[in-house]
Write a protein that binds this ligand. Structure first.
Ligand code: NAD
Ligand code: MG
Length: 402
């Protein structure tokens, strides 16, 4: 019994969280589940806590404590609620924490776990983008490991030879290209949230689905790779690979190119990160090579998908720009999903925030979590007012042309 890994799952009700629960249930007793958390879905959180036999469930929204307690009372599972409870629960003893919350909001719990020396299997990419250097420093200090769950970074991790770090020429992140790969600018301008969230290869949460459609997901992943593997931007390349069979590649100076392949099923990278350094069954299908279509690769179109250029620019400008890119994108994606702005305006919001960081905001890069949060908040406020101005202008034009 003592060889079971103690695991906590932050964001257990989401797309990654439920896939991780499948892996844990398929592992036949490899894990003891400690804490499970969610944002506001009490019913699903309680159901997952009971299925996984967790010790404790925490809901981010404080006013939902009583319904959570009521749902769990008969099962002897402790309940807690609120942002602070989430941070404290992340520091409770565990061998591994799966970070599967969406957005910058996941930063504090990840930091709390790393500071306690708890390994973190990380899917929640936004905190890495906005505060990567701080998270990496905390991990180095405590000796905790950050294990990549994002499929591309997990692929790189699987074929990365640390002893030959100096012989790594570059890393190539593959991208499916998302649902709008072959759409025209005019079509994208009118894209609806329903169209933007229908990904051709992967089934994911709404925010990352929109990010895939704008290619902001790949942009965030370029910054994520720079941070996780300590690489300069010129050593990170992106290739469009619509079949999503090769999940990423590492190119060595001797001409060898090592790739990791598999089905488009997040249970594989999740099983790898949760089982590391062992391998676990994932419950997913195996790749059938004879049934595979031809694998194709093409360079991304930076003019059509400006998000990629923003990522390289932000990496060169430093952490403040990375915070701005992420915060503006989170606000803009939400505004698009709420039908307040059009699809292409998401990129205008990010471009505007990067200009503002360069021009108007302090050039000082955040050196603490508090400073990152302060800058994140400033950029959210300025992006909201950018959106209000845009929608106001739009209304004025409509009134004038009537
Ligand atoms: P999702 O929307 O399906 O789930 C998000 C989870 O976070 C839910 O459990 C939700 O309750 C919780 N949550 C939301 N807001 C919260 C808040 N304010 N406080 C606390 N908890 C909150 O998202 P997802 O698709 O599972 O993605 C999770 C993370 O993993 C994202 O950062 C995403 O970029 C990354 N990721 C996802 C996939 C994928 O296939 N879904 C692949 C790679 C990386
Ligand atoms: Mg990915």
């Amino acid at each position: 019994m003592s060889s079971r890994k103690k695991i906590s799952i932050f964001g257990v009700t989401g797309s990654i969280g439920t896939s991780a629960a499948d892996v844990i249930l398929a592992s036949q007793g490899a894990f003891n589940v400690q804490v499970v958390t969610a944002g506001q879905n009490v019913r699903k959180l309680a159901e997952m806590a009971i299925r996984l036999k967790a010790k404790k469930a925490v809901i981010a929204q404080e006013e939902l404590l009583q319904p959570l307690k009521d749902s769990l009372a008969a099962y002897g599972i402790a309940a807690d609620a609120g942002k602070q409870a989430l941070i404290e629960a992340a520091a409770e003893p565990a061998d591994l924490l799966l970070a599967a919350i969406v957005g910058f909001e996941g930063l504090r719990p990840i930091m709390a776990a790393l500071e306690k020396g708890i390994n973190v299997a990380i899917a929640n990419k936004e905190p890495l983008v906005a505060a990567g250097p701080l998270l990496m420093a905390a991990a180095r200090k405590s000796g905790a490991r950050l294990l990549p769950v994002d499929s591309e970074h997990n692929a790189v991790f699987q074929v990365w030879e640390e002893r030959n770090r100096s012989k790594i020429a570059k890393v190539i992140l593959t991208a499916s290209g998302g649902p709008f790969l072959n759409w025209t600018q005019g079509q994208m301008e009118k894209a609806t949230p329903e169209q933007a969230t229908s990904h051709p290869n992967w089934s994911m949460g709404p925010k990352i689905s929109v990010d895939s459609a704008t290619m902001m997901n790949k942009a965030l992943e370029v910054i994520e790779a720079a941070c996780l593997f300590d690489l300069p931007p010129e050593k990170i390349e992106v290739l469009i690979h619509p079949q999503s069979v090769i999940h990423s590649l590492v190119v060595y100076t001797d001409g060898s190119v090592l790739a990791q392949m598999g089905e488009s099923d997040m249970r594989t990278p999740i099983a790898h990160a949760l089982g590391w350094p062992e391998r676990l069954p994932s419950g997913g299908k195996q790749l059938e090579m004879t049934k595979m279509s031809a694998l194709t690769f093409q360079a991304p179109n930076f003019a059509k998908f400006p998000a990629l250029g923003y990522a390289y620019k932000s990496l060169r400008e430093g952490p403040a720009a990375c915070v701005a890119l992420n915060a503006a994108n989170e606000v803009a994606v939400k505004a698009f999903l709420d039908r307040r702005i059009g699809f292409l305006t998401i990129l205008n919001c990010v471009g505007n925030a990067l200009e503002q960081v360069k021009g108007n905001l302090s050039q000082d890069h955040p050196k603490t979590v508090e400073e990152s949060e302060k800058l994140d908040n400033t950029v959210r406020v300025l992006t909201e007012s950018f959106i209000s101005r845009l929608t106001q202008d739009q209304q004025n034009i409509t009134v004038r042309t009537q």
